[in-house]
Design a protein around this ligand. Structure first.
Ligand SMILES: NC(=O)c1ccc[n+]([C@@H]2O[C@H](COP(=O)([O-])OP(=O)(O)OC[C@H]3O[C@@H](n4cnc5c(N)ncnc54)[C@H](OP(=O)(O)O)[C@@H]3O)[C@@H](O)[C@H]2O)c1
Length: 360
C-alpha cells in the first residue's frame, strides 16, 4: 500500500512525531482528500498532554480543507478536484494532520466560492459542536431550513460562557440567526464589541470577581448555559453561582481540573454534574460532539449542506485566523501545539498548511 507523512502523538507530553501512514483508497461512500489546511484545537493538547481518548501513536487533527483526489464507488456528492472542508475523527485514516485523509463523504462540504481554505477550516468541528450541544444537551431547536416565524425563546436568557472561544463565536452567530436574541456572553473586555456585533446582547468580563452578580442583575433567572470552557474553577464554579433550579448547563467536555503547562500535566474529568456544587434542580450535562451522527439528519446533511450554507450566506463569519508558520508539516503542528499549551490563543483559530506534497 502507498504511504504518506502524518503527525502523531508519540507519548504523553512528548514532542509530536512524524510517521509514515498508509494512504487508504476510499471504499463505499468515502473520498480521499489531499489535506491542504487544518485548524488546531484544544483537543490536540488534551490528547497529547493528557492522553484523552488516545492510543499512541495517534494521528491528530479533526478539521480538514483540501481537494478531493479519489472517490469511492458509492460516493455521490463529490468528484475529483472538488475543494472541500469538513470534520472527521473516528480513525487514523480520517485525521487531519497528514497528506491524505480518507473520510466518509458525509463529513465534507464543498468550499463556497469566495472563501479560502484557511477561513473555511475554522468552521466544521465547532459549528457541528454547536448544533449538537444546543439541540441535544440544551434541548433547544435549530430547525433546518431556518423557521421564518418568531422564536418562542427570543427573549429567554441564554448564557454563552467563553463567548470569544471558537465555539462561543459560532454559538452566538448560530443562535442569533435562529432568533435566540437574549444572548449573554463572557469574554475578555477587548472582545466585547465584536461579540455584540455577532449576536451578544450583554457581555461580561469573566475575570471580574463579581461576574456572577453582574449576570444575575441583567437576567435574574438564566435557564440555559452553554459553557464553552468547562474549567472546574474558572467557569463551572462561577456558573454554579448563576444557575438555579431548572437551569440546564451544557459544558463542552472535558472538564478541565488543571490546565496543561510546560511543567505540569493537565487533569481532566468527564463528570460535569459532580464537578462543582450545583443548586438543587440544576441539570449539568457534558457535551460529546463525537455522537452527533446519532441524529440521522445531522449525519447526512449537517456537514454536506448546512455548514457550507452558513458560510456561503454569511450566517456565520469564520473565526479570525492566525496562520502558524514552519518549514515542515511537523514544525507547524508542533508550533501550534506549543501555542495551545501556553494558552496563547484569544478570539482566534490557529490554522496552518498541512501537506508539503505539491500535486499537479
Ligand atoms: N466535548 C465536545 O464535544 C467539544 C467540542 C468542541 C470543543 N470542546 C472543548 O471546548 C473547549 C473550547 O474549545 P474552543 O476550540 O472553542 O477553544 P478556543 O477557541 O481555543 O478557546 C480560547 C478562548 O477561551 C477563552 N477563555 C479561556 N479561559 C476562559 C474562562 N475562564 N472564561 C471564559 N473564557 C475563557 C479565551 O477568552 P479571552 O481571549 O476572551 O480571554 C479565548 O478566546 C476546549 O476545551 C475544547 O476541547 C469540546
Amino acid at each position: 500500500m502507498a504511504m504518506h507523512k502524518a503527525v502523531a502523538t508519540v507519548a504523553i507530553r512528548a514532542k509530536l512525531g512524524l510517521i509514515d501512514a498508509q494512504t487508504v483508497p476510499p471504499t463505499g461512500r468515502e473520498v480521499r482528500v489531499h489535506v491542504e489546511w487544518t485548524a488546531s484545537t484544544p483537543l490536540d493538547l488534551h490528547q497529547n498532554d493528557g492522553g484523552l481518548l488516545v492510543k499512541h501513536p495517534q494521528i491528530l487533527g479533526d478539521g480538514i480543507a483540501g481537494k478531493v483526489v479519489e472517490v469511492g464507488p458509492e460516493a455521490k456528492n463529490f468528484v475529483v478536484g472538488d475543494k472541500v472542508f469538513g470534520f472527521a475523527f473516528r480513525e487514523n485514516k480520517q485525521k487531519a494532520y497528514q497528506d491524505y485523509a480518507t473520510v466518509p463523504e458525509t463529513t465534507l462540504g464543498k468550499l463556497p466560492s469566495g472563501f479560502t481554505f484557511q477561513e473555511a477550516v475554522t468552521l466544521p468541528n465547532n459549528t457541528v459542536t454547536i448544533f449538537h450541544s444546543v439541540t441535544k444537551d440544551l434541548g433547544l431547536p435549530l430547525a433546518w431550513p431556518r423557521p421564518t416565524t418568531k422564536n418562542p425563546h427570543a427573549d429567554t436568557p441564554i448564557l454563552i460562557w467563553g463567548g470569544s472561544s471558537s465555539c462561543g463565536q459560532y454559538a452566538l452567530q448560530i443562535l442569533s440567526a435562529w432568533g435566540y436574541k437574549n444572548l449573554l456572553a463572557t469574554a475578555s473586555a477587548r472582545h466585547h464589541d465584536y461579540l455584540k456585533s455577532i449576536g451578544a446582547r450583554h457581555t461580561f468580563d469573566y475575570r471580574d470577581k463579581d461576574v456572577a452578580q453582574q449576570i444575575l442583575k441583567v437576567a435574574p433567572h438564566v435557564p440555559y448555559v452553554l459553557d464553552c470552557i468547562a474549567s472546574q474553577q474558572n467557569s463551572l464554579a462561577i456558573i454554579a453561582q448563576v444557575a438555579q433550579g431548572g437551569t440546564r448547563v451544557a459544558a463542552l467536555l472535558p472538564v478541565i481540573v488543571r490546565d496543561a503547562t510546560d511543567d505540569e500535566a493537565p487533569e481532566y474529568s468527564m463528570d460535569t454534574q459532580g464537578a462543582v456544587k450545583w443548586a438543587d434542580g440544576v441539570e449539568a450535562r457534558g457535551v460529546r460532539t463525537h455522537f452527533y451522527e446519532e441524529d440521522a439528519f445531522f449525519k447526512e446533511h449537517l456537514q454536506t449542506t448546512v455548514v457550507p450554507e452558513l458560510l456561503a450566506t454569511g450566517i456565520v463569519k469564520p473565526n479570525k485566523q492566525r496562520i502558524v508558520e514552519g518549514a515542515t508539516l511537523l514544525e507547524r503542528a508542533q508550533a501550534a501545539m506549543d501555542l495551545l499549551r501556553r494558552k496563547d490563543v484569544s478570539g482566534e483559530r490557529l490554522v496552518w498548511r498541512v501537506s508539503d506534497l505539491k500535486l499537479e
